[in-house]
Design a protein around this ligand. Sequence first.
Ligand code: HEC
Ligand code: HEC
Length: 203
Amino acid sequence: MRPILALVLGGGILAQGITDAGATTAADSGLVGDPEAGKAKAGQCRTCHGLDGFARMPLAPHIGGEPEAYLRGQLTAFRDGARVHEMMTFVAAGLSDQDIADLGAWYAAHSATATLPASADGAAGPENCVACHGADGLGLAEDAPNLAGETTMYIDTQLKAFRSGKREHDIMSPIAAELSNDEIRALAQWYADIELQIAPPGE
Ligand code: HEC
Ligand code: HEC
């Protein structure tokens, strides 16, 4: 981890200086992603997200089997400065639209399955969330991410970022604005308790 972190932190200022550069977004660039090319490029992601998109560190989310449009949208947001994180802003600054399309295609080609803990009642999923994220934490819309098996820390951080305005989204910002810290903790726990499995393409 140490060399990567040093690289990331050392490059933070440089990365921030150039985030305004990208005018077109890969999300709507119309480029077609090539999963095999994405697999080769995912070498730079594996320390944190794994080659299969199953996160290897608690701060990083699972991304294997996420909707392609969502992955492209987030990578573009990190690159262009709409979403900010010291590690991802640095990583994304070096990605072209084609890189983003290829990486999105690779990770989206995986399939995610989710298993509720035996003690959980699927019908008791968080009622304000299930329409888009499912009771089992698998996203039900093209732009809605999976939450299954993400760490409580990750979910908590993202909901608070939407609530504070650090991260913005026309659906999630107003939803998070209504949540108390206790509610955020309970919602994060529901989704973190779900077991996520990610299978590579073709399996
Ligand atoms: C040094 C560790 C690290 C590396 C390397 C890294 N990431 Fe990340 N990634 C993170 C962290 C941490 C987050 C969570 C950021 C936040 O809290 O907003 C993240 C978030 C993301 C997200 C948003 C997921 C979501 O559910 O919203 C995507 C997509 C992503 N990374 C893709 C990639 C890709 C593709 C690469 C390789 C090109 C990569 N990352 C390399 C640490 C890393
Ligand atoms: C109407 C659909 C909808 C509902 C209802 C909804 N979400 Fe979301 N959620 C989304 C979308 C779309 C995104 C992607 C936001 C973006 O692109 O930045 C998202 C993103 C998130 C994220 C960030 C995940 C990540 O990987 O970074 C979390 C956490 C989240 N939602 C939790 C919740 C919780 C908890 C609830 C219920 C209180 C909820 N959402 C209700 C649509 C919804």
